[in-house]
Design a protein around this ligand. Structure first.
Ligand code: SF4
Ligand code: SF4
Length: 265
């Protein structure tokens, strides 16, 4: 009798908080179906059982912050047929990429009694800066519905259908009143990638961009609307310096605003 081999799924963690892996474990209703469709070969957050590769589909959470993880990542890539990055850390360097604005050796001198023991890179970077990535799923953490779609797509050999419009469009679709127009609250919804269902604006809070830049995001175009509600240049720059600070569209706007501020001094 011929038996069909289930695809091997691996989940690896680099520098991260584990929140994106938890999104997979949080798929309560669908988890059994996922577990039935794949052979969970490496997922230390869920199981101590570890199978050797090669893996059919590998999810990578976390950013590259040291040489050891860079070596691990290269080995993971070599052992994976398809590799998907999950979350802001893996796609854009995460909140830890705030180090990219400063001097890491100065931080280690201030924080650690024996800084010579700290072996770290000067920048926190996303996975795609180092190895080929088959798909990047955004969010901090990722949305479980988008994650299930990505799993489904790769396991069935088709491209994932993950929308790439902005949070702003989700507000309109949900019939949510714009917090910036109606309440004067600064909001990054017009430049932020969909995924959360406009969670913050629907609760009268501005979006602070945790899903990273939407496709074709235009942060300089949003500046005048943010200024009209009284947001200063330094406050706008601060808005872009969170979970996706190193994503090119957000980083570029932060750099440009900071340079203008410095010139004005
Ligand atoms: S993207 Fe956010 S939730 Fe996911 S691992 Fe990084 S910090 Fe945690
Ligand atoms: S910060 Fe923006 S992207 Fe993140 S949950 Fe709130 S509305 Fe969604």
């Amino acid at each position: 009798m011929r038996t069909t081999r289930k695809p091997k799924l691996a989940v690896f963690k680099l520098a991260s908080c584990d929140g994106c892996q938890l999104s997979l474990l949080d798929c309560e209703d669908e988890l059994l179906a996922v577990a039935g469709a794949v052979d969970i070969a490496h997922f230390l957050e869920a199981s101590s059982r570890v199978l050797r590769g090669p893996y059919d589909l590998t999810l990578v959470e976390g950013s590259i912050t040291n040489e050891h993880d860079l070596d691990r990542l290269r080995a993971i890539r070599a052992n994976s047929k398809k590799l998907v990055t999950i979350g802001a850390c893996a796609t854009a360097g995460g909140i830890q990429a705030l180090r990219n604005y400063g001097d890491v050796s100065e931080y280690t001198r201030v924080v650690y009694a024996r800084p010579e023991y700290i072996h770290t890179l000067a920048r926190s970077t996303g996975v795609a800066e180092h190895v080929r990535v088959d798909f990047e799923l955004r969010g901090c953490p990722v949305d479980k519905h988008q994650l299930l779609e990505v799993l489904n797509a790769f396991l069935n050999g088709r491209p994932p259908r993950v929308a790439n419009h902005s949070v702003c469009l989700d507000c309109k679709r949900a019939g949510a009143v714009c917090v910036m127009v109606a309440q004067g609250i600064p909001c990054l919804g017009p430049v932020t990638h969909t995924g959360c269902g406009a969670l913050c604006p629907r609760y009268s809070r501005g979006c602070f961009g945790c899903f990273g830049p939407a496709e074709s995001a235009n942060p300089p175009g949003l500046r005048s609307a943010l200024s009209k509600v009284g947001t200063s240049k330094s406050e706008i720059a601060r808005l872009y310096s969170t979970f996706n600070a190193a994503a090119p569209a957000f980083h570029g706007e932060h750099r440009s605003l900071t340079a203008e501020k410095d010139e004005a001094k």
